[in-house]
Design a protein around this ligand. Structure first.
Ligand code: KDG
Ligand code: MG
Length: 409
């Protein structure tokens, strides 16, 4: 399926840089000079995806017709025989995003127009609020509400544990991968389960019910523990409870769902529709969290979100700082076009990130807005600026129980 015309792919480059944190960005250029960008960032395993793109995919892409997005997706997915997995799918995702970017630029239209057009005026975004104490966490939510957010995720330090997932360090915003070897965090299920209902009760008690409240369990409970927590939180009308059990066990959610009406969200570590098929078709979840950067790009995410819509499951795309502004833009374009948008996570970025990524989407009073007249995904990448921020090895933490044994992080 070679090209021949101006849409033929003539150059494929991978930009690895660390403007505030590590990003892997794919650049595809056509014979006619159109440039598309894709996000291939896989936090803590960045160079594996960079190599997959450079050493295995670029030769397959050169000379191909960039307009045949669906066929190229199938070629890269079915072609290697070894399907799925986070490295392969992050690489395919980046190619797919870059091709949609080019498609939009060739048409002179933003990608959301190609996906069916605008379905809403703006996207509700949610940021991270956190605190070392319940009081700090409540104050942190208040600040976000003052900024206009209608939805906020809350995490707070669990008393008795040396460290807790999702809490900012000093004045620095929370950043999951921050050490050149994995940090060791500590975990106790009894301490966590004792604390979280108190945290959520205090938040509702002090700030009321006039905003959407989210909490991330980060894959640490058993199905029974998760069901118990969901029931405990029912009076506080959460928007969602996220990642309560390790995500690979889809059937675990049948037990949790049978016991609680607290809405459940999962999927940020998924990389294909097969990871969510049972969850969606059995209505075991309420929100699907896959990110365009990790679950096969716009082409595959559209299929996941369309399947989800059939079963009343809404989107809640993963949007941490480790999804680059290019991947964030891809999430946002989908969010504007699909009927079943739920919420878009928007954790924010280190300051330096904006020196490399010039994004045209805007965060206005806690909601994401997008222009009609910027073609493609609307993010340009300054390669010279990227060179000023060389890659630095960074790992996510690991988690140990109080007896020293490994737990899920
Ligand atoms: O790379 C890991 C982070 O993206 C993850 O820990 C963030 O759980 C997360 C979230 O909900 O944003
Ligand atoms: Mg999460």
């Amino acid at each position: 399926m070679t090209g021949g015309g101006s849409r033929t792919i003539r150059e494929v480059d991978v930009v690895v840089s660390a403007p505030g944190r590590n990003y892997v960005t794919l650049r595809i250029e056509t014979v006619g000079g159109l440039v598309g960008w894709g996000d291939a960032t896989l936090n803590g395993r960045e160079l594996a995806v960079a190599s997959y793109l450079r050493d295995h995919l670029s030769a397959l892409l050169l000379g191909k017709d960039s307009a045949r997005i669906g066929d190229l997706w199938q070629y890269l997915y079915r072609g290697p025989y070894w399907r799925r997995g986070p490295v392969t799918m992050a690489a395919i995702s980046a190619v797919d995003q870059a091709l949609w970017d080019i498609q939009g630029k060739a048409a002179g239209m933003p990608v959301f127009q190609l996906l069916g057009g605008r379905a809403r005026e703006r996207l509700m975004a949610y940021p991270h609020a956190s605190g070392h104490t319940v009081e700090d966490a409540v104050a942190s939510i208040s600040t976000k509400l003052e900024q206009g957010y209608a939805a906020v995720r809350v995490q707070a330090s669990v008393p008795g544990l040396a460290s807790t997932y999702g809490i900012h360090v000093g004045d620095e915003a929370y950043e999951p991968a921050h050490t050149d070897l994995p940090d060791e965090e500590s975990w106790s299920t009894p301490l966590y389960l004792d604390f979280v209902p108190k945290l959520i009760a205090a938040v509702r008690d002090q700030l009321g019910y006039g905003f959407n409240l989210l909490h991330d369990g980060h894959h640490r409970l058993t199905p029974t523990e998760a069901a118990w927590l969901g029931k405990e939180l029912e009076p506080y009308r959460m928007f969602w409870l996220e990642d309560v059990t390790p995500a690979e066990d889809q059937a675990a959610f049948s037990l949790i769902k049978a016991h609680t009406t607290t809405p459940l969200a999962v999927g940020e570590v998924f990389n294909s529709i097969w990871d969510c098929q049972q969850l969606i078709t059995n209505r075991w979840i309420d929100y699907i969290r896959c990110a365009t950067t990790h679950a096969g790009g716009i082409t595959h995410m559209k299929r996941i979100l369309d399947l989800a819509d059939l079963y009343g499951v809404r989107s809640g795309c993963h949007g941490p700082s480790d999804v680059s502004p290019v991947g964030m833009a891809a999430n946002i374009h989908l969010g504007f076009a699909i009927p079943n948008f739920g919420v878009q996570e928007f954790m924010g970025y280190p300051e330096e990130t904006a020196e490399v990524f010039r994004a045209s989407y805007r965060l206005v009073e806690g909601h994401l807005e997008i222009d009609e007249d910027v073609p493609g995904l609307g993010v340009e990448v300054d390669v010279e600026a990227a060179a000023r921020f060389p890659y630095e090895r960074k790992y996510l933490p690991v988690n140990r129980r109080l007896d020293g044994s490994m737990h899920d992080w």
